[in-house]
Design a protein around this ligand. Structure first.
Ligand SMILES: [Zn+2]
Length: 115
């Protein structure tokens, strides 16, 4: 269900951005944070099912994985944590906040002239 809602949102965002443009959307790139809890295959499946009745019916969805980033609470170092438990590579602290890798974002769309 989560993925279907996301796919619908992606279609909505891109339809709005592409409205009035003469060219057709050929490709949509979406970044998916590793912590977003999204199954890529399910998202693509939902997208392909939902796009059928829209002007985006020939658009391909490309997913890129966005790594988790964290910021150390003790020394302020930004880092990409490995597997749990996270610890700061600079000072070894286990106190951190997540600064990236939780969102799903539409990065870009590619337009192609209709032939
Ligand atoms: Zn640190």
């Amino acid at each position: 269900m989560h993925e279907a809602t996301l796919a619908a949102n992606v279609l909505k965002i891109v339809s709005r951005a592409a409205a009035g443009k003469e060219n057709r959307v050929a490709r949509i790139t979406v970044s998916v944070g590793e912590l977003a809890g999204v199954m890529p295959a399910a998202l693509i499946f939902a997208f392909n099912a939902l796009k059928k009745e829209t002007p985006l019916d020939r658009a391909d969805l490309i997913l890129i994985k966005e790594p988790v980033t964290a910021c150390c609470d003790d020394c302020g170092t930004d880092y990409q944590p490995g597997p749990f438990p996270y610890h700061c590579p600079a000072c070894g602290s286990r106190s951190f906040r997540i600064t990236g890798g939780e969102e799903v974002r539409v990065k870009s769309m590619e337009l192609k002239k209709e032939i």
